[in-house]
Ligand binder design. Structure first.
Ligand SMILES: [Zn+2]
Length: 326
């Protein structure tokens, strides 16, 4: 768990290092001070003893703390992961799991939106403290043949990283790719971007996504349950309907978005993440260069053209439960 490494670093920085430099200073002082001959250098001996005792005591305390943190962290982390794994399995039960999931995602979204209201206001005013978002890639397949490779799909992630980094001061952290061996079922592979897709999420397709996520993003399980900092998962699937649609998100309802393996689909990742953070479309002709313009345009080199964001969009994206300080 990340929190464990953070505790370790904290111990090193605030306790170990200062004591170490004190010990070094004392050692030098012991070495340099003149010997009091009248007591057989007792001052020097005493000085050395203090240094050695401090050294031994810090070493013991440090080792014990490290061990305890490690054991507690591993146990707590394991239990937390296991509980969320089980919760995630329940969430992948068709219909019932789907309904719980939809409610859970919206409740956590609203709660975290309220909590991050100060950041939303600051962001509107142009003060944007660095935030993080996590994204994972899952490439599905046609009868076992993956729709694309990581090398291709990563371009869409990189575009999203650039867009959110430069405009929102958000670091989009890519946590890697997962290519499940399991043959993708039709309902997960072909999604209707609309009410049909929304409800199919409660059925086999959605269950498949949940199962694959629980397996591929195992460590992130508890964050997907509480919502805060939940990783966004980009599924590369076979086809999205209507025909002209290359990517789809069901806003805050799901922790995932789906894209088609063609270049427009791959480059729609930033746009779909925008939807997942509650950004709606901007359909005015004047917004043709905006990230949330409904049509994804790419240039000859396959780079995304429409990537602009306005102040309100930036603040809204930063206010999402996916966008966090830790
Ligand atoms: Zn859209």
């Amino acid at each position: 768990m990340r929190i464990c490494t953070e505790i370790q670093t904290w111990i090193t920085e605030t306790i170990s290092r200062p004591i170490e430099s004190w010990v070094n200073r004392e050692e030098r002082r012991c070495r340099e001070q003149p010997c009091n001959w009248w007591c057989l250098c007792c001052n020097k001996w005493f000085c050395w003893i203090v240094v050695i005792v401090v050294k031994v005591v810090t070493w013991v305390i440090e080792t014990v703390t490290r061990l305890v943190t490690e054991v507690v962290c591993t146990v707590v982390g394991f239990v937390l992961d296991l509980v969320s794994f089980l919760v995630n399995i329940i969430l992948s039960i068709p219909i019932l799991g789907g309904i719980i999931r939809t409610i859970l995602n919206w409740v956590t979204e609203i709660i975290w939106r309220i909590i991050s209201l100060p950041d939303f206001i600051l962001s509107l005013a142009g003060v944007r403290i660095r935030k993080k978002m996590y994204v994972k890639l899952i490439i599905l397949n046609n009868n076992g043949v993956p729709h694309t490779t990581e090398a291709v799909a990563i371009r869409g992630i990189q575009t999203a990283q650039e867009v959110f980094n430069t405009q929102c001061n958000v670091e989009l952290i890519y946590t890697g790719v997962c290519v499940p061996q399991l043959v993708t079922n039709d309902m997960a592979n072909n999604v209707e971007c609309g009410a049909g897709g929304f409800f199919s999420d409660w059925w086999i397709g959605g269950s498949y996504y949940e199962l694959v996520s629980a397996d591929c993003a195992f460590e992130d399980g508890w964050k997907r349950v509480v919502g805060y900092g939940a990783e966004l998962i980009v599924f590369v699937i076979n086809d999205i309907t209507p025909r002209t649609t290359v990517g789809c998100s069901f806003s805050a309802t799901h922790n995932y978005v789906v894209v088609e393996p063609i270049i427009q689909g791959i480059q729609s990742i930033a746009h779909e993440i925008g939807h997942a953070c509650l950004l709606p479309h901007l359909e005015d002709a004047a917004d043709v260069d905006n990230l949330m313009f409904p049509r994804i345009r790419v240039d000859g080199a396959g780079e995304l053209i429409n990537r602009g964001m306005n102040n309100f969009q930036i603040a809204s994206l930063r206010g999402s439960r996916h966008c966090t300080f830790i």
